[in-house]
Design a protein around this ligand. Structure first.
Ligand SMILES: C[S@@+](CC[C@H](N)C(=O)[O-])C[C@H]1O[C@@H](n2cnc3c(N)ncnc32)[C@H](O)[C@@H]1O
Length: 308
């Protein structure tokens, strides 16, 4: 993503060294950048942005062990881990696959909110909501049920693109998102009856049993490693006959991996198994890509399940 988080060290000289280091990094002088970043951390040992950027720079220099050390220091300096140092450690094989730090997701999308739709739709050809719409219509047609839903929950609603795709099909939209800035944008659409800044599993926990007719998650479960907690809450909150529709990124192997783009990819067998474990019935699972990266479609799944 084209945005970077900067957390000031509170020390003017250390912040300046960081700025110079970033200039050098952008010009490709990685050795000089690493040297200045190290100086910045000596001046301000709790300077998370400098430790994180040092980790990235060392990684690009091929210094794996030193990069791991810097990412670990970034995590200690900012225990909420707004830079996502833990994710870098996972990619480097220095930490177990685990959940994404919520503060990282919030910081990422708060910074990204203003550019989100142009970046995702125009630059990455994002088509998640349109794919979900087609898949839900096909699934309802197959069981001869109308594709109209009274109350729908949109998990990781972002700026409201999924609500926009389904607007004519739904009476009452509820949206949850970790990012207040994304929620502000969703509110501006006027499409949602209720919006909450909430982690999606927590948001569902606050809802009554059998209170939603459909639950959507467009390009949002890519930020969850383990799908078990969310699917279990979805099962509880869906009314009988209700529908779950979501997209994920996928990969050819088993289980869940963290991709280079810092989103999880869920294998098709894993998705089928977790849906079955949650007591939902799979209606459709199609290999379809919701977005491009480097001008190529990112492998993905479009999934529709039902509570029978
Ligand atoms: C790529 S955007 C997709 C937004 C929207 N669904 C769409 O199709 O345009 C992912 C959104 O999910 C939100 N998100 C990621 N993980 C989340 C979580 N665990 N709980 C709630 N929101 C989450 C992010 O803040 C972001 O707004």
């Amino acid at each position: 993503m084209p945005v970077r988080l900067f957390l000031s060290s509170g020390d003017l000289v250390a912040d300046r060294r960081f700025d110079f280091a970033r200039d050098l990094q952008l010009k490709g002088d990685l050795v000089a950048a690493a040297d200045l970043l190290l100086q910045a951390t000596e001046l301000a040992p709790g300077f998370a942005s400098a430790w994180f950027t040092l980790g990235e720079t060392r990684e690009r220099l091929g210094e794996r062990d030193a990069a791991i050390e810097a990412f670990r220091k970034a995590e200690i300096a900012d225990p909420e881990d707004r830079h996502g140092a833990r994710l870098r450690l996972m990619l480097l094989g220095a930490a177990q696959l685990a959940a994404m730090p919520p503060a990282y997701v919030r910081a990422l999308f708060d910074q990204y909110a203003a550019k989100f739709e142009a970046a995702l739709v125009d630059d990455l050809g994002y088509r998640g909501p349109a794919l979900l719409f087609k898949a839900v219509l096909a699934a309802r047609l197959a069981v001869r049920k109308p594709a109209f839903f009274r109350r729908v929950i949109d998990l990781g609603c972002g700026t409201g693109l999924a609500a926009s795709a389904f607007a004519r099909q739904v009476d009452h939209f509820i949206g949850f998102d970790l990012s207040p800035r994304m929620i502000e944008r969703a509110r501006a659409t006027g499409l949602y009856a209720q919006l909450e800044v909430a982690e999606m599993v927590e948001g569902l926990r606050g809802r009554l049993d059998a209170s939603a007719k459909m639950i959507l998650a467009a390009d949002a479960m890519v930020y969850l490693s383990d799908l078990t907690p969310v699917l279990s809450e979805v099962k509880r909150v869906l009314a009988g006959g209700g529908v779950l529709a979501f997209t994920v990124e996928t990969h050819g192997g088993d289980g869940v991996i963290l991709g280079e783009g810092l989103r999880y990819a869920h294998g098709a067998a894993y998705v089928r198994a977790r849906i079955g474990d949650a007591g939902l019935t799979l209606s459709r699972l199609e290999e379809l890509s919701a977005r491009n990266e480097d001008n190529a479609p990112v492998p993905g799944l479009v999934v529709v399940a039902a509570k029978t």
